[in-house]
Design a protein around this ligand. Structure first.
Ligand SMILES: [Zn+2]
Length: 254
């Protein structure tokens, strides 16, 4: 509660009404997950990072609020590790659809679907065409593949001289650094290890990814060592700047 809050779940309904009346007509919906993130990091990592990125993005845009996250995603490949929960892509697509319908009902003109989990793009691609058809006056911004978010970070990795295979795609230097930057109490670096550093793209390109334990017994894709708060801040900032320019240019509208 209070002035400057952007997370809808921490606001009252009158706060939301007043913020919208004052010009906050963009809403960011974190589409996240609840899945294992290695032996060193919390299962809620994608949800926490989805909120962190969305909150920073809302503040950078200046006229945006953050909807309550969809905190359970499509994570079937992570089920070998205890604690992971998953829903079917069709179910997730339906949840996304009904949540966006609710937000549109209140009068938001721009909806940003911000996936913090590579497995959610199938469901997003199922849901978005129908949403755009039903709400033609609403601008729905979304990336359509995990590969496009990988491309977005490639320039930064070059600039920092980092190895993409070690920064990784799951529970490795990338996500671990971002968690150190915003939730250090949910990371135990004494348990951060090297995981699978080969080509993991089958995991997000196949409709049903192979069980994680066959590829990486620790559940890490990349190398979680050498993570740092400083790197995490760079990754978060860069991601937010990519989103800001993509939203302002309208490049994620179709
Ligand atoms: Zn993750």
């Amino acid at each position: 509660m209070g002035p400057g809050e952007v997370l809808i779940e921490r606001m009252s309904w009158t706060d939301v009404r007043d913020a919208m009346a004052a010009g906050s007509r963009t809403v960011i919906l974190p589409v996240a997950a609840m899945e294992q993130h290695g032996p060193h990091m919390a299962i809620g990592t994608d949800t926490f990072l989805g909120y962190e990125t969305s909150e920073r993005l809302a503040r950078a845009l200046g006229d945006a609020l953050v909807a309550p996250a969809i905190s359970i995603g499509y994570s079937v490949g992570h089920l070998p590790m205890p604690g992971t929960v998953t829903i079917a892509e069709e179910t997730l697509a339906q949840v996304i659809t009904e949540v966006v319908d609710s937000l549109v009902h209140h009068g938001f003109t721009d909806v940003v679907l911000l996936s913090s989990h590579g497995g959610n793009y199938g469901a997003l691609n199922m849901a978005v065409p129908g949403l755009r058809a039903r709400h033609p006056a609403v601008r729905i911004h979304t990336r359509t593949s995990f590969d496009s978010s990988m491309e977005a970070r490639a320039a930064l990795l070059d600039e920092l001289g980092l190895d993409a295979a070690r920064v990784g795609v799951h529970a490795a230097q990338g996500e671990t650094s971002m968690m150190l930057a915003c939730h250090p109490n949910l990371v135990d670096m004494s348990r951060a290890v090297e995981g699978f550093t080969g080509d993991a793209s089958i995991r997000w390109r196949a409709k049903v990814p192979p069980p994680m334990d066959e590829m990486s017994p620790t559940g890490i894709l990349g190398d979680a060592r050498n993570s740092s708060v400083e790197l995490g801040e760079r990754f978060l900032d860069s991601n937010v700047q990519e989103w800001v320019s993509a939203i302002r240019s309208g490049e994620l509208l179709n």
